[in-house]
Design a protein around this ligand. Structure first.
Ligand SMILES: Nc1ncnc2c1ncn2[C@@H]1O[C@H](COP(=O)(O)OP(=O)(O)O)[C@@H](O)[C@H]1O
Ligand SMILES: [Mg+2]
Length: 244
């Protein structure tokens, strides 16, 4: 097998001078183009893990490699954030005063693209997420599902090979959530993206290649998701039951 695009080895991360341990002995490998659903009870460390992979924070111990690069050795983490990973959060985190187009352009400033190219790329990205014609709308003028689609476009602004999504459908009704998930799946197929997606929804997890289950800051289960198998929900219930 070629080198995994994401490799997390023996990672430990604590907060508040070690009183809160978010990750303890966390290991994860994700292959290029793979779609991994990350599940587990609230507080088990899922968001912390995504933040470390995105280099928004550093581990206390352990090693993280992304796209062949060891993050602890990288001296330009902002380049990593700009080029390698796109992040989507549960709440879209768009800037309310900026238009949809301007929100999508924010990550492009790191690349120093000229304004015209930024606008053209934002236009194409918004079209790809089904929001052509909404470029000038600001977040308060968009529905929850539309805002989350802008967030997907923003995450892909710099064409990163990896998409990290933290409960991207968690704040949406089921129809809007399904639209956002369809979109992520389509973009993944078209662009060969590697996707790590945190979810509480077994129906969402069932669409991944693999379901990784976390508990208390580490992995307790990893099962390939054979979507051709019958009754996936039954299998899911057995393999990924999440304690309430
Ligand atoms: N910045 C932080 N400061 C203090 N504690 C934090 C911080 N971020 C996360 N935690 C704690 O770390 C643990 C794991 O959190 P998190 O990764 O957000 O879990 P999950 O996303 O699985 O719900 C929780 O106990 C949480 O309260
Ligand atoms: Mg979380």
């Amino acid at each position: 097998m070629s080198e995994p695009v994401i490799s997390v080895r023996g990672v430990r991360k604590s907060f508040e001078d070690g009183r809160i341990v978010a990750l303890r002995g966390m290991d994860l490998e994700v292959a290029e183009g793979e779609f991994v659903a990350l599940v587990g009870p609230s507080g088990c460390g899922k968001s912390t893990l995504l933040h470390l992979i995105a280099a928004l924070d550093r581990p206390d111990e352990g090693a993280i490699r992304v796209a062949g690069r060891a993050l602890e050795e990288a001296n330009d983490l902002s380049a990593h954030r700009a080029h390698e990973v796109g992040l989507i959060f549960q709440l879209h985190n768009l800037m309310p005063a900026l238009t949809a187009s301007e929100n999508v352009q924010v990550p492009m400033f790191e690349l120093g693209l000229p304004g015209r190219e930024r606008r053209e790329r934002a236009h194409a990205l918004l079209a790809a997420v089904g929001l052509e014609g909404r470029e000038r709308n600001r977040p308060p003028q968009l529905s929850g599902g539309e805002r989350q689609r802008v967030a997907v476009a923003r995450a892909l602004a710099n064409e990163p090979p990896i998409l990290l999504a933290d409960e991207p459908t968690g704040s949406l009704d089921s129809e809007a959530g399904a639209t956002v998930l369809d979109l992520i799946e389509r973009l993944r197929r078209e662009r060969g993206l590697t996707v790590v997606l945190v979810t509480h929804d077994t129906g969402v997890a069932a669409r991944a290649d693999r379901i990784v289950t976390m508990l208390d800051g580490h992995v307790v289960g990893s099962s390939p998701n054979d979507r051709s198998a019958a009754a996936p929900t039954t299998r899911l219930a057995a393999s990924t039951r999440v304690t309430p």
